[in-house]
Design a protein around this ligand. Structure first.
Ligand SMILES: [Zn+2]
Length: 253
């Protein structure tokens, strides 16, 4: 049934769009018999699923265009940079920070449009700003938000997550509001963590490695301890409590 494409706003047959790119989900699904473990923040149950944040959002032309021009280059760059850092190589690579910011905000934008997904809420005007940034890539999202990236690690001395588990960890975009009234959205995929802050952080925080600098063509990938993210820790703790309370659709093994 034709409907309105969320990106170009034309009426068309829509296809399934994934907020978290399939390229980041597929290896996990392949390695675990077709399903990933999802630990949602909020009231939903922990579940196994193959369909991670999917919805009919875009027309075929927009889906192909965003895959080719936004997702694929960012995924290639991030995968290469992560591999390089995992092997003990340089922690930086060449990529336009505004293009990486468009990739990160487009994941969030798609997630916010998926019906029933309640872990992030974006104001209508912000959704429209992100839509226009995706269409016109000369507009950098870094003028309205800050984006920080890192390689997920766990410094717990004994019994922590190993790098393989962290690479399989999918944390869908989830928001919280800080004491200074900034909305921070956290998401993790492929062993990488993204933190998006609205409005944009004050300039002082940009000295912290991992913040994308507007106009820069170099991306740094510092380590980011999973237990330094209050959003992820809260979800893990809540997930563990749900598991104990039987609020889970996973079968006991
Ligand atoms: Zn379209």
């Amino acid at each position: 049934m034709p409907a309105i494409c969320a990106l170009c706003r034309r009426t068309s047959e829509l296809c399934d769009s994934h907020a978290i790119p399939k390229a980041f989900i597929r290896p996990i699904l392949r390695a675990s018999g077709g399903s990933a473990i999802l630990i949602p923040s909020g009231p939903s149950k922990i579940r196994r699923g193959g369909d991670v944040l999917k919805g009919r959002l875009l027309c075929v032309a927009c889906e192909q265009w965003t895959n080719k021009h936004i997702d694929a280059p960012a995924i290639r760059f991030l995968s290469d940079l992560k591999r390089q850092v995992d092997c003990g190589g340089a922690r930086k690579g060449s990529f336009a920070s505004s293009d990486l910011a468009i990739f990160a905000t487009s994941v969030l934008w798609k997630a916010s449009l998926i019906s029933g997904y309640s872990s992030v809420r974006l104001e209508k005007s912000l959704r429209e700003t992100i839509r226009l940034d995706i269409l016109d890539r000369s507009r950098s999202p870094l003028r309205v938000c800050s984006v920080r990236i890192g390689r997920l690690i766990d410094r717990t001395p004994v019994g922590g997550f190993d790098m393989k588990s962290l690479a399989d960890f999918i944390f869908p975009p989830s928001g919280h509001v800080t004491a200074t009234k900034q909305q921070v959205v956290t998401m993790a995929m492929h062993g990488l963590v993204f933190e998006l802050g609205f409005p944009r952080q004050r300039a002082t925080s940009f000295r912290t490695p991992g913040y994308l600098k507007d106009g820069s063509a170099t991306i740094m990938l510092p380590d980011f301890d999973i237990f330094n993210s209050p959003t992820i820790v809260n979800a893990l703790v809540a997930g563990y409590a749900k598991e104990l309370g039987g609020h889970s659709t996973l079968e006991a093994s």
